[in-house]
Design a protein. Structure first.
Length: 202
């Protein structure tokens, strides 16, 4: 399984960077996808995917990870992605347009943009939800991954089971989104995004 994972803590001091390798290992365990990561004292992103199925970049105080086959619908941005790489093109478009950049993306993808300067993070997936994104958010930190195991691998995360989730699974044979089996974790539904803004999220 390929995917993305990471953490964002604008006031962080890099103490959680050791977690990123453990988190990424959960994404690569079934298909041995190569793992790449970008680290900063305030956050980290990792990508487990073949070269053609994802991209990473660090652009100043901004980290970007994208997994899948995203493409821009606007010719200027598509050309930029071919020249400088998809993740860097997304970072530049995000700097210009903020979350509106998602309207210009098509294809199968999941992405994370961590922006320390603005103290914001953006998580998103494609309109069909072919690439999952789960997250745990509180006032000071955002932890995310393409699966719950990636989040569980982050240091200090508790894994309390949500009792209602057991009932939902027995009754429906699935846990309806955006909920998960854990109390403090959610997943993005298809075609949605999470904007984490200095501790608050929507």
């Amino acid at each position: 399984m390929s995917g993305i994972c990471g953490w964002f803590e604008p006031e962080g001091q890099g103490s959680a960077n050791a977690s990123i390798e453990r988190m990424a290992a959960t994404l690569a365990r079934f298909d041995a996808s190569p793992v790449r990561s970008k680290l900063a004292p305030w956050g980290a992103v990792a990508l487990a995917a073949r070269e053609a199925n994802g991209d990473l970049c660090q652009d100043g105080e901004r980290l970007v990870a994208v997994c899948g086959r995203a493409r821009f619908s606007e010719a200027r941005l598509a050309d930029s992605a071919r020249r400088i790489g998809l993740a860097r093109a997304i970072a530049e478009a995000y700097a210009e347009q903020g979350a509106e950049v998602l309207k210009l993306l098509a294809g199968s993808f999941s992405l994370a943009i961590l922006d320390r300067r603005e103290r914001k993070a953006l998580l998103a997936n494609d309109r069909m939800g072919t690439r999952s994104v789960c997250y745990s958010a509180d006032a000071g930190k955002l932890v995310f991954g393409s699966n719950l195991d990636a989040i569980n691998a982050y240091s200090g995360i508790t894994d309390r089971i949500r009792p209602q989730a057991i009932y939902e699974y027995v009754h429906f044979h699935v846990i309806p989104g955006p909920h998960t089996v854990y109390v403090d974790r959610r997943r993005l539904e298809p075609g949605t995004f999470l904007l984490w803004d200095d501790g608050s999220h929507r």
